[in-house]
Design a protein around this ligand. Structure first.
Ligand SMILES: *[C@@H]1O[C@H](CO)[C@@H](O)[C@H](O)[C@H]1NC(C)=O
Ligand SMILES: *[C@@H]1O[C@H](CO)[C@@H](O)[C@H](O)[C@H]1NC(C)=O
Length: 165
């Protein structure tokens, strides 16, 4: 009995994970959930729990445009600041969205240890909020001590305009 009990404790400890949530809130002037003539501007909101109110970075911080090849085609990338997350998932998007479809014009992508939300085509030109969950093996504040550190990372990401591929 005691053995089983100890085994249970050990197992529970092993599967302990830490999580964070992000809202990526993208808005167009027309507020429509279908692709319009204008690119949406996004702000990234940090949340410790899924239904927290969230602490928003400045509009555009953490996001940048990436040109594909030599053509005119572009896609929009937003840094989720979930370094070394072992699992990242879309927890929610607006029901019945008319322009954003997973794996078609939006997608979570991993590059080295980092995670990004990619939007392209009509999805990049529509109003939409993505709620994204990230799971980690260690507490997030071991990597980023506080919100200010995360906001600074997002500001730097925007100005660097890094190319992913
Ligand atoms: C999105 O908006 C841009 C203008 O910012 C426009 O050039 C582009 O054609 C639009 N894309 C789509 C798929 O409507
Ligand atoms: C990280 O956050 C936890 C609470 O979630 C706190 O107990 C701990 O002291 C924090 N660690 C650091 C390094 O700030």
């Amino acid at each position: 009995m005691l053995k089983i009990f100890l085994l249970l404790i050990a197992t529970t400890t092993l599967v302990t994970t830490f999580h964070q949530y992000r809202d990526v809130i993208c808005k167009t002037k027309d507020g429509r959930n279908r692709g319009g003539a204008e690119k949406a501007k996004c702000s990234i909101s940090l949340k410790s729990e899924e239904f927290d109110r969230g602490r928003s970075a400045r509009v555009g911080d953490g996001c940048y445009v990436e040109r594909l090849g030599r053509g005119k085609e572009t896609r929009e990338i937003c840094d989720l600041v979930c370094p070394k997350a072992h699992t990242v998932f879309v927890a929610h998007i607006d029901i019945g969205h008319r322009a954003c479809f997973n794996y078609y014009n939006y997608e979570l992508i991993q590059q080295k240890d980092e995670w990004f939300l990619m939007r392209s085509g009509e999805c990049a030109n529509s109003t939409i909020t993505f709620r994204i969950g990230c799971k980690f093996d260690s507490p997030f504040n071991e990597t980023y001590a506080n919100d200010e550190a995360v906001f600074a990372h997002l500001r730097a990401r925007r100005s660097r305009g890094l190319r992913l591929f």
